[in-house]
Design a protein around this ligand. Structure first.
Ligand code: ATP
Ligand code: MG
Length: 441
């Protein structure tokens, strides 16, 4: 069959040549049948791990021997995981089997897999083994648990989030039985490690079908993100908005580029709204300062999910600034550049566009303002004007020569930068040194 890469084919052939069965399994087979670009290739084989190690030495690494997994490095490409057919022992912690046993049956190996579309095997001649109707579910575009859904989610609660991630990424519906079980078992997500939750949630947020998943399953996400629950159905009573807070959030997330920092920003940007809500005398809703409350909640969530500090910082800046005014002046642009840097500012513009696209139709003209601000940003950058210490015409040692020392040097540089940005001083060495001598010593 077309589609299995040569390196993987070779691995299958060598295993078969040694008298074992070997099949491609998992996401790559699913994606291949769907006509999508497969990601990592996984192989399931009847060979015990020691035999796999011996057969592929020296390019075999014992990456998960306890679970029967050996990674075979291929020239150029990522490694291929070769896993011995296995059946899982009892699940005692709602996540991991207490032990695994090797088996000689492919069907048994496929039966431990999570969803029917992930439980299809393909050999190097193009034969398919599909004991749970995975192909039919692929053609119906449905995610269905292998076996009894309640049991499968009870064994390993991470499958609940995997299911939502696949729904978002593939645009598949979730079979009603599987969906019901996923809801009734959702509380078990509390037992899953935050790092695992983060990884699945990132995949979910970056999927094409994120809108439907966020709209349909806030109760499930609310198990580990209780902050979203007050947003669900929260009527904004505002002319700017035609959607309740949660629906606006979901639409804003779907409207932004599928890049984790941006998708998380949209997920979090309005969490503070229910707390900040006030009703004006005119009967209109207001959310003064909601960005501050959103940023507090966002910080809490990002810490809980163990975010890296760089993404955390950028997301919090974007959440805090998502509602800021864009002043159409070069001075304002330089000020923003000085504060946030170009990269974050461009992200902020994407956030503002998406936020606005999820507001009432009548206010879409703000897209124009955002576009004009972006043109101004391009112009300021092209002028090579001064908005950072790097571009300032004097350096720290100039000020040391004037007699400043220690932290006073940094303070003086920042004062000068601010004056240049505000156009109160030109960015030339002579003027800056003169000002420094007269005012900063
Ligand atoms: P992706 O394209 O995102 O890699 P995938 O389906 O390949 O999706 P992996 O996590 O790479 O997912 O796992 C490979 C295969 O292993 C899955 O297709 C599935 O058959 C099985 N699997 C992975 N995790 C689980 C789990 N928690 N429970 C049951 N089966 C699982
Ligand atoms: Mg995979």
């Amino acid at each position: 069959m077309e589609g299995i890469p040569e390196a993987v084919r070779e691995i299958l052939a060598r295993l078969e040549g040694a008298g074992y069965e070997a099949w491609c399994v998992g996401g790559a087979v699913r994606d291949l049948l769907l006509g999508r670009e497969p990601g990592d290739w996984d192989v399931a084989a009847s060979a015990p791990p020691e035999a796999v190690l011996a057969l592929f030495a020296p390019r075999a690494l014992p990456t998960g021997l306890r679970h029967g997994t050996v990674t075979v490095k291929t020239s150029g490409g990522a490694g291929v995981e070769v896993t011995t057919y296995r059946r899982d022992g009892a699940y005692l912690d709602n996540r991991h089997p207490d032990h695994v046993e090797f088996t000689s049956s492919l069907a048994e190996d496929l039966s431990r897999r999570d969803f029917t579309v992930n439980a299809i095997a393909l050999d190097r001649r193009g034969n398919l083994s599909d004991p749970f109707g995975g192909r039919e579910d692929l053609s119906r575009r449905v995610l269905r648990a292998v076996g009894r859904a309640e049991d499968r989610f009870g064994e390993d609660a991470l499958r609940i989030l995997r299911c939502l991630r696949f729904a978002s990424r593939l645009g598949f519906a979730i079979d009603p039985d599987t969906a019901g079980a996923l809801r009734s078992r959702a509380h078990l997500l509390r037992r899953i490690a935050p790092e695992r939750i983060q990884a699945e949630l990132t995949g979910l947020l970056c999927g094409d079908n994120v809108l439907d998943v966020l709209l349909d399953y806030p109760d499930v996400l609310g198990v580990f993100l209780p902050e979203i629950l007050p947003c669900v159905g929260f009527d904004q009573r505002s002319v700017y908005h035609c959607y309740n807070v949660w629906e606006h959030t979901a639409r804003a997330a779907a409207a932004v580029r599928p890049e984790p920092v941006l998708r998380y920003t949209m997920l979090l940007h309005d969490l503070g709204k229910p707390d900040a809500f006030t009703l004006g005398e005119d009967g209109r809703g207001h959310f003064y300062g909601h960005w501050r409350r959103s940023a507090e909640k966002a910080a809490d969530i990002l810490d809980r999910l163990r975010f890296d500090s760089r993404s955390r910082r950028t997301i919090l800046t974007l959440v805090e600034r998502h509602d800021c005014q864009l002043l159409l002046s070069e001075k304002a642009v330089r000020r923003s550049l000085a504060r946030y840097g170009e990269e974050t500012l461009r992200l902020l513009l994407e956030v503002k566009r998406a936020d606005n696209l999820a507001q009432a139709e009548a206010y879409r003209d703000r897209q124009g303002l955002i576009g004009r601000w972006e043109e101004l940003l391009d112009r300021v950058l092209a002028q090579d004007s001064c908005f950072s210490l790097r571009q300032l015409a004097v350096k720290g040692n100039d000020l040391t020569e004037l007699g400043l020392s220690g932290p006073a040097v940094g303070r003086a540089l920042h004062t000068l930068l601010e004056l240049v940005i505000e156009e109160e001083l030109p960015n030339d060495r002579g003027s800056l040194l003169k000002y420094g001598k007269e005012n900063l010593l």
